[in-house]
Design a protein around this ligand. Sequence first.
Ligand code: ARG
Length: 468
Amino acid sequence: MKLWGGRFTKETDELVHQFNASLSFDQRLYPYDILGSIVHVEMLVKQGILKAEEGEQIIKGLEEIKEELDSGLLKFDLKYEDIHSFVEAHLIEKIGPVGGKMHTGRSRNDQVALDIRLYLRDEIRNIQELLLLFMQDLLLLAEKYKGVYMPGYTHLQRAQAVTLAHHLLAYYFKLKRDYERLTDNLKRVNVLPLGAGALAGTSYPLDREYVAERLGFAAVSENSLDAVSDRDFILEFHSIAATIITHLSSFSEEIILWSSSEFAFIELDDAYSTGSSIMPQKKNPDIAELVRGKTGRIYGNMIQLFTTLKGLPLAYNKDMQEDKEGLFDTIDTLKIILQIYPEMLKTMKVKKENMYQACQKGFLNATDLADYLSKKGLPFRRAHEIVGQAVLYCLENKLELEELDYKKYRELFPEEKELFAADLNESLALEYTVENKKVIGGTAIAESVRIIEKERNWLEDRLVFFAG
Ligand code: ARG
């Protein structure tokens, strides 16, 4: 059954039907489609547009359809064009011609905009909750590894020592911003488009504010042409999803490097790795690789929608049906990743000794030595030069900076000799260099502990909201 057969004399070609239809994928919107219709009909009754008993019949019919779909009693038959036609056809089948009154004062154009907003609003909240749980795990791991030293890198060259806690907290803050971006996105998602009709609003005296309130929308759209053509709240979501996966892709790159024999910083748990069909010794970080790989499809979904919308005249165009599959795919992909990822991190074995060893080579304390000298009044530029020469000396003699004692430094740099004192070697020790960076956001363990405590409170306030 079609919603628009009247002016046609011929059946749609079968392949054209398949090409045109969206039920195969928009079926997942059914709970939102039915909810939207129920509230729409309640409002039509309240406004005297439908009779109370008509409204009751329609709502009862819709509730039954919802139950039958939930239980699997009613299946999606792909002969219907989309979720809206499917529900309306079944309603009319169930309760007779009065079912045809449901669509009064409404178009599929504002209906589909409503459905996608209701759906995305729920999924944003689901993703936000998964992000919070992930962040909570990152804080637990940071607490657990607060005394584990590891090299920090720039250009993937050993740069200065940090702690694993500090490294994990970096990802915590990236995800926290993503969470906040989603909160902001929600403001634009949470606007009621219903009442825009096909494009021009409607002559029925609809109470849009009532519908908005019943559906939990914070606002009502204020231009009908915009309401049926606006998909930028989805573009915005895609770009946040792309940012989240960018963060996790970088993290994955590190997990992959760290689990190689070259780094040997971690070992992933068997449950989060796979083997090779030919090389019996292999244990591969497939999960992290796949997360890195899925980044391509999430970017792809974003670019697809931008490209689809580019150049569309106002208002609704069928091109916009293409807003759904990419969105569903991005949401499904993100949700599974956000569930697996923290478990992969929680079960991995950290090889502390190897991380510690890696800090001993590569002059990670060179900056600390320069700071030591400049704190004694030497201009930093000169201090930098001296340390550069000391590094060169060490390279030639296969030594580390902390292996030369202060007397040796005096010998090497006679002009600055009064700057080198007995406390020198202590200030070059790994633990000291990390601990000495007490600035806000620095590597000192006490600073990590302070951040963990503060962020735990931030998380708790939000998790309460999701639990409630
Ligand atoms: N299946 C359509 C979509 O997803 C619903 C809106 C159809 N509107 C129309 N005028 N053909 O966009």
